[in-house]
Design a protein around this ligand. Structure first.
Ligand code: RP5
Length: 180
């Protein structure tokens, strides 16, 4: 597959997963990108099963206009690090809880990069945070993204205020009962 020909919408954010089994974890973040109209692409590329394609993806990413790469992988999660080795674009890793070690293996594999080749890591299964961080990076170059992030934060804060008002009104027993 020639990734250059596969890119249809001039994506700014490239999302890469090591396996299709990682896709459900990344979906909430992808939904934000869709909702906010941020052009993105998603590929399954494995550091171990398709190493040449993964390297090619990262090597051509900047020329294809990508600004940030998000890479989700589980177990011996070398994908974010391998992509980072082949590009100077920022890479955000998402450790995925897919194996017996429940993502701790992937977290360590992603954050413990050698000096000189960094990968930013979000928490285990935190695909949504990876997307928000990627948009914050995009926000460095375009205020439209910052406006969306500020609106998102405001909505989030309002949601908490509504919950707190309800908690004060009901007390914690009734609040818990009402959530059942
Ligand atoms: C990793 O191995 C993938 O990122 C995935 O999280 C995990 C399991 O992959 P599958 O065996 O489900 O394809 O490389």
């Amino acid at each position: 597959m020639d990734i250059r020909r596969e890119s249809k919408n001039n994506p700014l954010i490239g999302v890469v997963i090591g396996s299709d089994s990682d896709l459900p974890i990344m979906a909430p973040g992808l939904e934000i990108l869709e909702k906010w109209g941020i052009p993105f692409e998603v590929h399954i590329l494995s550091a171990h099963r398709t190493p040449t394609a993964a390297a090619d993806y990262a090597q051509t990413a900047r020329d294809r206009g990508l600004k940030v790469i998000i890479a989700g992988a589980g177990m011996a999660a070398h994908l974010p690090g391998v992509l980072a080795a082949y590009t100077t674009l920022p890479v955000v890793g998402v450790p995925i809880a897919s194996g017996e070690l429940k993502g701790v293996d992937a977290l360590y594999a992603i954050v413990q990069m050698p000096s000189g080749v960094p990968v930013a890591s979000v928490g285990i299964n935190a695909g949504k945070n990876a997307v928000i961080l990627a948009i914050e990076i995009l926000g460095l170059t375009g205020s439209v993204w910052q406006d969306k992030l500020e609106a998102y934060r405001k909505d989030q804060a309002e949601g908490i205020s509504v919950k707190n008002a309800r908690l004060q009104e009901l007390g914690y027993h009734k609040y818990l009962d009402s959530a059942k």
